[in-house]
Design a protein around this ligand. Sequence first.
Ligand code: ATP
Ligand code: MG
Length: 186
Amino acid sequence: MKFTNVRLVGFKSFVEPTDFEIREGLTGIVGPNGCGKSNLLEAMRWVMGATSAKALRGDAMDAVIFAGTTMRPARNWAEVILTIDNSDRSAPAEYNEHTTLEISRRILRKEEGTQSIYRINNKEVRAKDVQLLFADASTGANSPALVRQGQVAELISAKPQNRRRLLEEAAGVTGLHSRRHEAELR
Ligand code: ATP
Ligand code: MG
C-alpha cells in the first residue's frame, strides 16, 4: 500500500485545492516557518480518521477548515483526499479488486455542529471503516511513521517513565500491557 497523492481543499492554510505527489523515497518536508508543513501532516492523520482535536492543534473539529484572512473569506467545508496504490494487494482483502484506493474525508461547518463524511472509492463509509483499513495495514493516524513537531524534543526531555511510555507506544506494545494488567486483576 503506497501513498501516491494527497489533495487538500480548504484544509487549514490550504484554501485552494493543492496536490502533493508522494514519490518513492520521500522522507521529509522542508520550507519556511508557517508555510504549512505541519498542516500537511495533520491532513494525512485527519483523512486516516484522527478524531482528537488536540492532536490536530485545534480546540474544535471545525478548526481544520480554512478560517479566512483579511484578504479571503472563510470556507464552510474542508476536504482531504488520499490516493493509495494497492497494486501489491496489501490493503485488507475486501479491497483486492481495487488497484487504486481513494480515501476522502470532508467536514462541513454547520450551525448544529460539524459533521465528517468519509468515502472509500466514492462510496460513503463509517469513520471506523477508514480507521480499520489503516489499522489492518499497520499504519494510520497514530502511526509512529508520522513524527509530530516537538515529539523528538519531548522524547529527549521526558522523565524516564514517560520516555518509556513513548517508546512502548512506538513499539506497539501498549495494548499488550493493558491486556496483562487486566489479566492480573482477575
Ligand atoms: P513551522 O516551521 O513553524 O513548524 P509549518 O510549516 O509547520 O511551520 P504550519 O503550522 O503547518 O506551518 O502552518 C501554520 C499556518 O497555518 C499559520 O499561518 C496558521 O495561521 C495557518 N492556519 C492554521 N489553521 C488554519 C485555518 N483553519 N485557516 C487558515 N489558516 C490556518
Ligand atoms: Mg510545523
